[in-house]
Design a protein around this ligand. Structure first.
Ligand code: MG
Length: 208
């Protein structure tokens, strides 16, 4: 696939009510955003490396979107016209470090912590059927529908673009549904976005 080259990767936290509940919290009153560095990007088939600093590395299957043109202070009504493509994304998270640090840069930012699949042009995607499924070693662990998002994709784009300008190629991870859990070395984790495709990655230990 053509390599992605985002200037930034913006992620939305706690964007499904049942996931917010399993994390022991309420859904936020407005979108909760954080960033992953582009250096975390990983192609399908390449290995997720569990860092030596963490005892618990989790998958988070998500619907990813790629911005197609510069977006500053975009309205919800116009938001879809700024989206170029949709792709499966795994917001891999060092869960123990997320709890330990006051912010999430380290927990979300390790190399290999942002596997992405091949983008599909938004015009070719049935947006009404959009949803995400995560499997570990072939077993379903997460099932979510975009219609269950607390803040839908146009709301997310309006919110983020009123904070920072989104450049062509920038990536947004729209949040994970319930069912998060840990990965072990030797696992294969797969995130599928319905009607879009899959990203599948083996997991290896960084200490081996
Ligand atoms: Mg996430």
């Amino acid at each position: 696939m053509a390599p992605l080259n985002p200037t930034k990767i913006i992620c939305v936290g706690k964007n499904y009510a049942k996931h917010a509940a399993e994390m022991g919290g309420e859904v936020p009153a407005e979108p909760l955003i954080f960033m992953k560095p582009p250096s975390a990007l990983l192609d399908s088939g390449a290995s997720i490396v569990m860092p030596s600093q963490s005892e618990r590395v989790d998958y988070e299957g998500e619907i990813g979107i790629i911005i197609g043109r510069r977006a500053t202070k975009v309205s919800q009504a116009d938001a879809w016209s700024y989206v170029e493509s949709i792709l499966p994304l795994n917001d891999v998270t060092a869960r123990d470090l997320q709890a330990k640090d006051n912010q999430w840069t380290r927990a979300k930012g390790f190399d290999s912590f942002c596997p992405v699949g091949t983008p599909v042009p938004v015009a070719d995607v049935d947006l009404d059927a959009l949803g995400v499924t995560t499997r570990v070693n072939g077993e379903v662990r997460q099932e979510g529908d975009a219609s269950d998002m607390v803040f839908d994709i146009p709301t997310i784009i309006e919110y983020i673009s009123n904070v920072m300008t989104l450049e062509p190629g920038d990536l947004i991870a729209t949040g994970t549904p319930e069912g998060i859990g840990p990965l072990q070395a030797g696992d294969v984790v797969e995130v599928e976005v319905r009607g879009v495709g899959k990203v599948s990655n083996p997991v290896v230990s960084g200490t081996a």
